[in-house]
Every structure is written in C-alpha cells, then in structure tokens.
Design a protein around this ligand. Sequence first.
Ligand code: TRH
Length: 370
Amino acid sequence: MQNTPQNFVPRSDDAQAAPSLDLFCRVVDNYGDIGVCWRLARQLSAEFGWRVRLIADDLRAFQWIAPDIAPSLPEQRLAGIDVLLWSDNLNLQPADVVIEAFACDPPANYVRAMSNKAIKPIWINLEYLSAEAWVDGVHGLPSPHRQLPLLKHFFVPGFTEQSGGLIRERDISVVAQPSADDTVSTATQRVFVFAYPHAPIAALARALDGESSSLSPQFDLASPVAAALPESIQVKPISPVPQTKFDALLARYALLIVRGEDSFLRAQWASKPMLWHIYPTDDGAHIVKLNAWLDRYCVGMDAPTERAYRRASLAFNQSDADSAKYVDFVQRLPVLAQHAIHWRRTLLLQDDLATRLVRFVCLAEKPKIG
Ligand code: TRH
C-alpha cells in the first residue's frame, strides 16, 4: 500500500482508522496563534477524519475568532473537535500524533506520558510561516529529546515544495467568493484594515485620496489605528466575524491590509491586492522576513510595479508617514489585482499544509507498521 494521505481518510464505518491528534496552543498575543491552530484543527477533522483535541491556554482569544467557545469551560466540543483548557496537570493519554504549535512546550507530565507509550506518538513542532530560504533545510528535521526516548520533528510552513506548505482548505475556491449580498459593497471599493495599531494608515489613506487613485477611500477597520485619519476619508470600525466567515469578509474588499500569519495568508487566497503589516520584532528580523516574501511574491511583476510594491511595503512596515511612498502603489492597484490572481494560481499548484502533514505522519509511521 502506498503512503498517501488518502490512507488516513477513514471510511464512514471506520473512524478508528484515522489517527488521534493532540494539538497544543499557547496564545502569545493577539489571535494568530489560536487562529492557525483552530484552522488546522478544523481541516484535519473535517477533511481527513482525524480525532482532534485542541488544548489551548487562552479561551478568550479563542472566543474572538470562534464566538461559540465558552471561555469558562475547561472542556467543550465544537465543530467535532474537543477543546480543552491548558493545564500543567493535564491527565491525558497522549494521542497518536502530538503537535505543539510554535514551540509552545506541552506540559512536562504529558511529555512523560508520551515517552511511556509503547508506540511513541509522532511529535511535531509546527513553526511559524516564513518565505525565507532556510525553511527548506529545516522543515522535517528531527530533534531528539534530551532525556526521554522521544523524537520531535520541525514542520515549517512555507511557499515551496520542500517546505511544510500553506494551510488551504479543499473548498477554498468556494468560500473565497463574495455572496450575492456582498456584490453591492464590492462596487464601493472599500479597503479592509486588520493591522497593528502603529500602521501608517493615514499616509496610505492620503495617497488613496489623491486624484489618480482608482479607489474611493473608504476604510473598514477590523483593528484600531493609533493615529487619526484625514477627515476626507470615510472610516468605519467593523466587528469581528467568526473565522469560518473571514474569507467571505475579505472577498468584499478591493484592497486588503492584513497582518500576522493567518490573515496574511487568507489575503493571498482571496487574490486581492494587499499590504502585509508583518508582526514586528525588536531585532528587525521581520524586515528580512518581509523581503523574503516579497522576493517570491514579486516574481512575474513588471519592474515599475515591483518597485512601487516593494517601496510601499517597506514604508508601511517602517511606519513611514510620507504619503508619497504609497502613491505609485495606489496607481498600480489594477496591475496588482491581476498579479494577485496569478500568485494564487501559482500557489494552488502545490499541495496544502494538511496534506503534507498527513503524508509526513504516514511516512513516519511506516517503520512501526511494517
Ligand atoms: O492577530 P495576529 O496579529 O496574530 C499573530 C499573533 O500576534 C502571534 O503571536 C504572532 O506570532 C503572529 O501574529 C505572527 O494576526 P493573524 O495571524 O492574522 O491572526 C488573526 C486571526 O484572527 C486569523 O485567524 C483571522 C482571525 N480573524 C477572524 O476570525 N475574524 C475577524 O474578524 C478578524 C479581523 C480576524
């Protein structure tokens, strides 16, 4: 039998054929940590039949993206997934597969219980998404535990065949389409803003407000902006939608300002012109990460558009309030809209992250099965 992901898709009468998964998530800040975990948990459960327990330490952040989560309940079930509140005294029989998101370190007694199992769980550290070149070399590497007979594997999401890939659900082309109701708002050409508060939105707004712009500047703010916007700009704060409706929300807009990891990726699946407000780090590593993504994203763009896009992206992430830096970008939005469609098509040629993860688990299991 070949090791294909399909081997793990259980028939409806054979639920036990699918592996069980414990997915550990610590919320560092904001919503991206739980956002990535919730999305992956839902996909592995719905598309591959995995029996998933999601163990998270911050159910309030979780509730922001999944309003049916009750923050006070230590155990609950949502969308076929068991959601457990993280505790250092978790008394769980470890699952077949254990994923710790972003090196979040599962509780010590749980790790000990993993090492006590006759067949050790397949242990994966799901890293942050990056377009940087090192990803291909690190993805899949094993890392033996210092004391216990356990092996942890790095699983690094990325944009290449050699990386862990990108989270993409099977029905992505369906969910990313605007509904009939949304067609009206698409015509008004709004800008969606989900950025960190220091984003130079006012400078971008002034550039959009210029005569040469193809957009009428209406900004819908899904996140607060620290500086006041020009009075000529229509600004509307919008309430969060459940993550399951996030793609449909993005599909309504002509320009997407996104951040972090998950919304950054969803903007690419939405195939709209976008600016990425990357999560800032003190050492400036975020600019290296931004440039690595731009190097991939800009392939196939004409030179003036690439110059304009790189200039605006860098300015935006350096909090540059000079609106002149964004003017060329604004003028090239129609070209960027075409490019976004091309980019999405290119990404769709590759297997998605969950498929690669399931394949990885199949291959890791082979010696024990055989
Ligand atoms: O919220 P973010 O900035 O999250 C993160 C964290 O800060 C994390 O610590 C950091 O390491 C990481 O960024 C890089 O951005 P992100 O990743 O886009 O996560 C937001 C989630 O919220 C995403 O899953 C989409 C979801 N969301 C909704 O479900 N509804 C909404 O209305 C909005 C605006 C977002």
